[in-house]
Design a protein around this ligand. Structure first.
Ligand code: GLA
Length: 432
């Protein structure tokens, strides 16, 4: 009901003939910081996500408004500005570069232009705020030859805590992709929409994320987790039978901005690890090409201690994810929880992407009876995901909240979540 009230509130913009779309967020259960090194990840689409109310316009403008950023008002996006977005050529260079060394071989003019492009992109993105995701997607569809014969009014309403590692940006990108696909009859499947969304995130927004977020919010299936091989992009849905346990997400409220963090630095460290291994006789594309029989030998090829720690996390986390799937298959939730704990410890000690706030939540959840608790997403703030006894949820939440408040000095937010289907148009029955 609440959802439809939002459409009512914006009737002046939407009119009364509108359609509703939903894209979930995702929580990654295990397999963290491996998706840019060809590893396995295990995300679940969740029942928090992003809604859109959409109506057709007679002109060719796009009027977009977010209930979550009402202060920014309605933004009007024109086809001209999408067409005139600068420097396609340079974007191409940037996208194609696989190694920094390759970039240095480009001539000076290109390098300088590239620098300018990046500065301008940052400035434009700051000015555009949340609408950068909408513009990026619109532009991608335009460049793929979609004819915007009419414009749209789009009202967005998100229930995901913003910027907290639950893929609010992928959710919005895939949502816009789903809307455009439907409204302009593009016949794309969710996988194709996810690919476009990831490219927009990498090139237009400028965040070098892997593929996990976009594909999981596009194609999740209720009561399952998605085992995604980020090397081949093959995926399978694994039954998620949690028995007497439930998932709780806790937002540390320590905000993180993925594009401002050490995320890209970690990616770089992994590339250095791959080069060190290959320089010493290895022959791998990704760290996750290594397996439990050979990785110890290869790790010794890395002389830098920090880089070795990073590589060890990625390799072992990948193997752990496969173990976790085996645990799910035999309904061994306790083992699954232990593997979640190991994952967090490795992210904290080897990959060093956790932080005081996340560790405080994890320790408190474990102390009060969670069978598994770990940071989820990029880290440096954001959320923790825990497995707790369903009949104890409220009690645990209140105890962890007290601990957190006492130790950190401000509150966390808690969301008991359920799994959800992926991106879709909602029927009127779904909204009641
Ligand atoms: C962010 C990125 C993902 C993934 C995670 C870490 O959420 O968007 O692609 O790399 O961090 O697992």
């Amino acid at each position: 009901m609440k959802i439809l009230n939002i459409a009512k509130k914006h009737e002046a913009l939407l009119g009364d003939d509108f359609q509703v779309y939903f894209t979930p967020g995702r929580v990654n259960l295990i397999g963290e910081h491996v998706d840019y090194q060809g590893g396995f990840v295990l995300p679940v689409g969740i029942n928090l996500g992003t809604y859109a109310f959409v109506s057709k316009r007679d002109d060719c403008f796009f009027h977009v408004l977010s209930e979550n950023f009402l202060g920014l008002g309605t933004k009007i996006i024109t086809i001209e500005e999408l067409e005139n977005y600068e420097l396609d050529e340079l974007e191409k260079y940037e996208y194609q570069k696989t190694e920094i060394s390759e970039l240095y071989q480009l001539d000076n003019k290109i390098l300088n232009d590239l620098k300018k492009y990046k500065i301008n992109r940052k400035k434009n993105n700051e000015l555009d705020g949340w609408t950068k995701y909408v513009k990026g997607m619109l532009r991608a569809f335009l460049k793929n030859g979609v004819d915007f014969s009419h414009g749209l009014n789009i009202v967005i309403f998100g229930t995901l805590p913003h910027g907290s590692g639950l893929s609010s940006s992928a959710s919005l990108e895939v949502l816009i992709g789903t809307i455009l696909n439907d409204q302009y009859s593009c016949n794309l499947d969710p996988f194709e929409i996810a690919i476009i969304s990831k490219n927009v995130e990498n090139k237009y927004v400028g965040v070098e994320c892997g593929f996990m977020d976009q594909i999981s919010v596009a194609s999740s299936v209720i009561n399952t987790a998605m085992l995604l091989n980020t090397n081949t992009l093959d995926y399978r849905h694994i039954q998620l039978k949690l028995g007497e346990y439930s998932l709780i997400i806790a937002n540390s409220n320590k905000s993180r901005r993925l594009d401002n963090t050490k995320y890209n630095e970690r990616q770089n460290e992994c590339s250095i690890a791959v080069s060190s291994i290959n320089k010493n006789g290895g022959n791998i594309d990704y760290l996750c090409d290594l397996n439990s029989d050979n990785y110890l030998t290869y790790l010794n090829f890395i002389s830098d201690e920090v880089i070795r720690k990073r590589a060890k996390h990625v390799i072992c986390e990948n193997l752990r994810t496969l173990d976790a799937v085996e645990a799910l298959k035999v309904d061994d939730i306790i083992l699954f929880g232990e593997l979640m704990n190991d994952s967090h410890n490795s992210l904290r000690d080897l990959y060093e992407v956790s932080c005081f706030e996340l560790d405080t939540l994890v320790d408190s959840f474990r102390f009060h009876g969670a069978i598994g608790a770990r940071m989820t997403g990029a880290g440096f703030g954001g959320c923790v995901v825990s497995l707790v006894k369903t009949n104890n949820i409220l009690d645990i939440i209140s105890k962890v909240q007290q601990d957190y408040l006492k130790i950190v000095g401000y509150s966390a937010d808690f969301f008991p979540v359920k799994s959800s289907d992926g991106t879709r148009k909602l029927e009127s029955g779904d909204l009641l």
